[in-house]
Design a protein around this ligand. Structure first.
Ligand SMILES: Nc1nc2c(ncn2[C@@H]2O[C@H](COP(=O)(O)O[C@H]3[C@@H](O)[C@H](n4cnc5c(=O)[nH]c(N)nc54)O[C@@H]3COP(=O)(O)O)[C@@H](O)[C@H]2O)c(=O)[nH]1
Length: 542
């Protein structure tokens, strides 16, 4: 119990962190979900109903053929008998005929619609007078038809009767009983296609639906969730003008118990609420991260780690690159690619740069003051350089320490578009003040030859995609060879980023002895304490 309770509390805390959707949007999304779920269930049910009605109509039509065949056969055989005297011999003949056709309950002889004898009831003491038939000669075969006539069976028992000449057959009441109709709300009308005369109806066929069933034309409207919609399946034997039409009333959800629809509504509400939370989360998660980032910048919770920059031939650590890191209380480590872009896109990058610059100078000033050949690369977004405040800030921070300006290398990362002239003027101002300039990600989209000629950087950083292409026989490898040639012609220091293997290091050294590099082959970014140890030990010296 205690465990469940604590999990519930945790779940409650988790929910409280989620961005809450408004009531109106939740209601709207829930309504849409209810609509979709109800309609989907409705269409599925109607689809099933169509299938089962089709089968039912087919079975009834087949049975009609069998019943009609048997009735005609019995009528013909009985009328062909030479002896129609109703004596025992004649009755036994009738019984033998009837026994062969199980959809026929009885066969009898009449005179003027008065029955004198039948296979089941034998010779009657006095003739049994039938009511007038419902239809005479409806099929043009001299046929009389009673839908439901009082028959010999007794009071309250009616039979469907067919008569040709003086012979009457009574259709067995069980003739259609075994047809499976899967739904209690389906029924059948059997009628004459020519005259519209209704022979009889089966199953659930209210009288006010008879005409509707006969006249119904199938259309897409049958699928609409309307309370009075019906679907029908018609089968006709045109040689006899005989049709049967099966009808299903109360379609889709109208056929289901109220609790079924109610549970779908509840499901729609639940799905709607969950969906609203998901939508809200998707919509506001970046905003939530941004507000957390702003909080982290304000509280100076972002911090730098330092990746050593090595002179590749000697293995000496000649500098470091300050790389921003952010570990959020709830989300944990957030990649700089994510939060730097977020800060750039939302106008917070300068504030972030300032935190990193302030912390870097504070962390490293003793190392920089102790070794004047040591430098630190600090990433600045191009947009930072367009801000006047940036220069005042740098001036103020640098004045706190005895660091030479030429020990600071500003690495210009060009992610957002920036006015070319503003960037060039700012870069010139930095170099005039004695700072060094590094062009980051050289060889990629924003950092290309045009920037190289206009910014005149002290250092170019060759993007790690070229380093990692070494030995791959790819376009990047070919481009890298071109970059080596370019570097030979220029008096610019090159730093190869992302060196991960000895093979990469050897290749770079084989092409350019004086290059610098950094990468996981040497070290990932480390904190001040680890850096201090590395600077003292110089572990990569060859
Ligand atoms: N404007 C600012 N941009 C910054 C700052 N801090 C970082 N960044 C930029 O964010 C990008 C991602 O940085 P990060 O995840 O820190 O990745 C750096 C290194 O960790 C990574 N690296 C270094 N060596 C290797 C290696 O051998 N293999 C490998 N797969 N990755 C390696 O490369 C990133 C350093 O990139 P670069 O700056 O181009 O030298 C990145 O673009 C940063 O620039 C900041 O304070 N401000």
């Amino acid at each position: 119990m205690g465990y469940i309770k604590s999990q519930l509390v945790k779940f409650g805390i988790f929910l409280s962190y989620l961005p809450k959707p408004s009531w109106s949007s939740t209601a709207l999304v829930s309504l849409i979900c209810i609509f979709v779920i109800l309609n989907t269930a409705h269409f599925r049910t109607i689809g099933d109903e169509f299938i089962s009605l089709n089968k039912y109509a087919h079975d009834v039509a087949l049975r009609n053929q069998q019943v009609s065949f048997q009735a005609q056969k019995v009528l013909a055989l009985a009328s062909e008998l030479s002896d129609q005297s109703c004596d025992n011999n004649n009755l036994n003949q009738l019984r033998r005929i009837r026994a062969r056709y199980h959809y026929i309950e009885d066969v009898s002889y009449t005179q003027n619609n008065a029955i004198h004898c039948s296979a089941v009831w034998g010779k009657l003491d006095s003739p049994f007078q039938l009511t007038a038939p419902d239809s005479d000669d409806a099929s043009g075969e001299g046929l009389s038809f009673w839908r439901s006539a009082d028959y010999l069976t007794g009071e309250f028992e009616q039979r469907t009767l067919l008569k040709i000449k003086n012979v009457i057959v009574a259709i067995s009441p069980a003739a259609y009983l075994d047809i499976n109709r899967r739904s209690t709300k389906t029924g059948v009308v059997m009628y004459n296609d020519n005259t519209g005369f209704v022979y009889f109806t089966l199953d659930d066929m209210p009288s006010d639906y008879v005409a509707k069933a006969i006249n119904h034309e199938a259309s897409f409207k049958d699928w609409l969730p309307l309370p009075n919609a019906i679907i029908t399946e018609k089968r006709c034997d045109h040689s006899r003008n005989f049709c049967s039409v099966a009808i299903d009333r109360k379609l889709g959800l109208y056929a289901k118990p109220f609790t079924y629809s109610a549970s779908l509504v509840v499901l729609g509400i639940i799905v709607g609420i969950v969906l609203s939370f998901v939508i809200q989360y998707r919509k506001f998660a970046p905003r939530a991260l941004l507000s957390k980032l702003r909080f982290a910048i304000k509280r100076e919770l972002v911090f730098p780690l330092y990746q050593p920059k090595i002179h590749l031939q000697s293995g000496r650590i000649i500098g470091v690159e300050a790389l921003a890191r952010w570990v959020d209380d709830t989300d944990g480590f957030i990649s700089p690619d994510t939060f730097i872009s977020l800060a750039e896109q939302n106008g917070d990058i300068l504030k972030l740069t300032k935190v990193i610059v302030r912390k870097t100078l504070k962390d490293l000033h003793t190392f920089l003051e102790a070794d004047r050949s040591l430098s630190v690369n600090i990433n600045v977004a191009a947009s930072d350089l367009g801000e006047l405040d940036f220069f005042d800030f740098i001036y103020r921070e640098m004045s706190l320490y005895n660091i030479h300006n030429n020990q600071i290398v500003f690495e210009v990362t060009e992610r957002s578009a920036m006015d070319h002239d503003v960037l060039i003027n700012s870069a010139k101002r930095l170099t005039r003040d004695g700072y060094k300039l590094s062009l980051d990600d050289f060889g990629t989209g924003f950092s290309n030859l045009s920037w190289l000629s206009s910014l005149e950087p002290d250092e170019v950083k060759i993007d790690m995609m070229f380093t990692q292409a070494i030995g791959t026989q790819t376009v990047n490898q070919i481009t890298l060879d071109g970059i080596f040639q370019l570097l030979e012609a220029l008096d610019t220091c090159a730093v190869f980023e992302g060196i991960e293997t000895e093979k990469e290091l050897e290749y770079i050294l084989s092409r350019s002895l004086n290059s610098n590099g950094q990468g996981w082959y040497y070290s990932k970014a480390v904190d001040r304490t680890e850096l201090s140890r590395m600077l003292k030990e110089q572990p990569y010296l060859t």
